[in-house]
Design a protein. Structure first.
Length: 184
């Protein structure tokens, strides 16, 4: 007959082995969870991008007259099947256009920067617009900022520091730089 101490030790040993087994499964599942979260994040970014592309409207309302005018929104001809790939959502800035011609997400960026006291970094703009400040979301948002810079709607005063069009670099340290009390 087995003593109660030996039986208790056997059960304790079995429980510890099961705990180790479960911890291994948790690590494996955590790795799988992280992979799937990355996939979902990429799919969300793709959905947002495609929604912007597919919601493009080639005619916009003129700022002064309110009449519908056609603005050159196409970089390249649209494919014969009517594919919207190549549609330019953000026209190049000109004095005849105001921010109302931009899709709402781009218009919001231009308006926030126009009201800003100082140049802003992408993650600060995300926070100001109520968007996620997760690193992957900010990187996707940065492409919108770069597009607005390319089309002369906003200025990039130095790498990663964005301001309203026509703004010059302020003297002193840029906001968000190390040593700045309001920075990171």
């Amino acid at each position: 007959m087995v003593s109660w101490r030996e039986e208790l030790g056997r059960r304790e040993s079995a429980a510890r082995e099961r705990i180790a087994e479960l911890r291994g499964q948790i690590e494996e599942l955590t790795g799988l969870l992280v992979e799937q979260e990355v996939v979902v994040s990429r799919l969300e970014i793709t959905r947002e991008t495609m929604s912007e592309i597919l919601s493009a409207d080639e005619s916009v309302t003129g700022p002064e007259t309110g009449e519908s005018v056609v603005v050159d929104l196409v970089d390249e001809p649209v494919a014969a099947g009517g594919s919207p790939v190549g549609v330019r959502l953000v026209p190049t800035w000109s004095a005849q256009l105001d921010a109302d011609v931009l899709p709402s997400s781009y218009r919001d960026i231009v308006e926030v920067l126009a009201d800003a006291v100082h140049p802003m970094r992408a993650h600060h703009l995300c926070a100001a617009l109520g968007l996620s400040t997760d690193k992957n979301k900010v990187e996707g948002f940065r492409s919108k900022l770069k597009r607005l810079v390319e089309r002369d709607w906003i200025a990039e005063l130095e790498p990663g520091l964005f301001a309203a069009r026509g703004t010059s670099m302020p003297t002193g340290r840029a906001p968000g730089q190390p040593g700045d009390a309001g920075g990171r």
